[in-house]
Design a protein around this ligand. Structure first.
Ligand code: CTP
Length: 397
């Protein structure tokens, strides 16, 4: 259940903070990706370098660190959107009180406010503290907010006194995490989403074809993002050399005509994302045998392929969201708006081939997501950009 899931682990300043190092490892062993946010006082128990090197990510502590880029000040927003589950273990009485009152004075508590995912709090403190009326009231309050609580276990506490307040066993924390993640319903749950990706090949003869350098990375990233949101995804892809996600249903095609045929089968889908770089032209004649050079052909006659996005736009059912891509080398927004209208798409994801670290084979991208009334810009890895694009689209429905 935790395999492939994303967990933000919040660590607060109690002695059990050292156990969070092992908890992180347990999540990783279960296949989850973990990022860590610590309160400043937690860094007095465990060095943040420990969590940084084990998680492979920077550890978020202060909202305004001394030497921060602008993107670090908004990390709580991004992490809050990125995570499938936010677990605070251990959670001190102090952080619990802040959460119960919406205080967001460090990165951990700010991420609590920003998080869109479920929150699991593991209160851990001395027995007397745990029994205090304010903790009792705060626990009730955060449960009313919809946050999950995993009660502490009884035993010997750091004070030497026996009582209730110990961080639960890792198995209990992992079981509870799985239970919560298993109950999440993504916004695209029960929806059929079709994503087309990669180039098409238009054969001239058995050994020669017209194509383009599309890697399929952006389309695959869109398919993965849709699946993360709960959709039933079918990925229709041209010839690509990147690894394709095993868990996604795939249909392999070669030519624009094959792609058109495959898409027609799914014309009623809830969402269609046309990320494929479809050839606009195909040879009029396809030779059965390799054309020999002494045949002296100097011209290849071409005809237009069907504009699949426009075809879909003409018959778009009411429930469907139709998303096109636009790859431009000039007048990006103007051309993208023109395509939005002409093809009757609901959204266009426009990328410029001239923008730095963008385009066909790159792992990163900068895109403009636009419809008739809004325009958003996203930059990052293709996976990050795909998630941001889909989050906006899903929220707009
Ligand atoms: N598209 C399509 N069928 C085609 C060509 C393109 O469905 N025969 C889709 C692409 O998948 C993309 C959108 O149309 O979602 C825009 O593709 P793009 O290549 O940017 O534009 P074109 O429509 O081909 O126009 P132009 O070549 O003039 O830029």
């Amino acid at each position: 259940m935790l395999s492939g899931k994303r967990i933000v682990l919040g660590v607060t300043g109690g002695i059990a903070a050292y156990k969070a190092v092992f908890l992180l490892r347990e999540y990783q062993k279960a296949g989850a990706e973990v990022r860590v946010t610590m309160t400043p006082s937690a860094t007095r128990f465990v060095g943040l370098e420990t969590f940084a090197s084990l998680s492979g990510h920077d550890v978020a502590v202060e909202i305004f660190p001394e030497e921060a880029g602008a993107d670090e000040w908004t990390r709580h927003i991004y992490w809050g959107e990125w995570a499938d589950l936010f677990v605070i273990a251990p959670c001190t009485g102090n952080t619990l009180a802040k959460i119960a009152n919406g205080i967001s004075d460090n990165m951990l508590t700010a991420t609590v406010l920003a998080a869109r995912c479920p929150l699991l709090i593991c209160p851990t403190m001395d027995g007397e503290m745990y029994d205090s009326p304010s903790v009792e009231q705060n626990l009730k309050r955060v449960q009313d907010f919809g946050y999950h609580i995993l009660e502490p276990e009884s035993g010997f506490l750091a004070s030497g006194i026996e009582g209730k307040g110990r961080l639960p066993e890792f198995d209990s924390i992992l079981d509870k995490s799985s239970e919560i993640i298993g109950s999440i319903q993504g916004p695209l749950e029960g929806k059929k989403v079709i994503v087309t990706a990669g180039p098409t090949r238009e054969h001239i003869d058995p050994v020669r074809f017209i194509s383009n350098p599309s890697s399929g990375k952006m389309g695959v990233a869109m398919a993965k993002a849709a699946q993360r949101l709960g959709a039933d995804v079918t990925l229709i892809h041209g010839p690509v050399s990147i690894p394709l996600p095993e868990e996604i249903h795939k249909i392999s095609i070669l030519s624009a005509a094959d792609l058109f045929k495959a898409v027609q089968e799914y014309a009623e889908a809830d969402m269609i994302i046309m990320a494929a770089a479809v050839s606009d032209f195909t040879p009029v004649e396809v030779h059965d045998h390799k054309v020999k050079k002494d045949q002296g052909e100097s011209e290849i006659k071409l005809k237009s392929t069907t504009d699949i996005l426009a075809w879909l736009g003409e018959r778009k059912p009411k429930h469907q969201i139709l998303i096109g891509f636009a790859m431009e080398t000039e007048h990006l927004l103007e051309n993208a708006h023109r395509k939005l209208k002409k093809k009757n798409a609901d959204w266009i994801v426009a990328n410029s081939l001239t923008e730095k670290a963008s385009g066909f084979e790159s792992d990163t991208n900068t895109v403009h997501l636009l419809n008739t009334s809004s325009d958003h810009t996203f930059s990052g890895t293709k996976n990050e950009v795909a998630e941001q694009v889909l989050n906006v689209i899903v929220r707009s429905v």
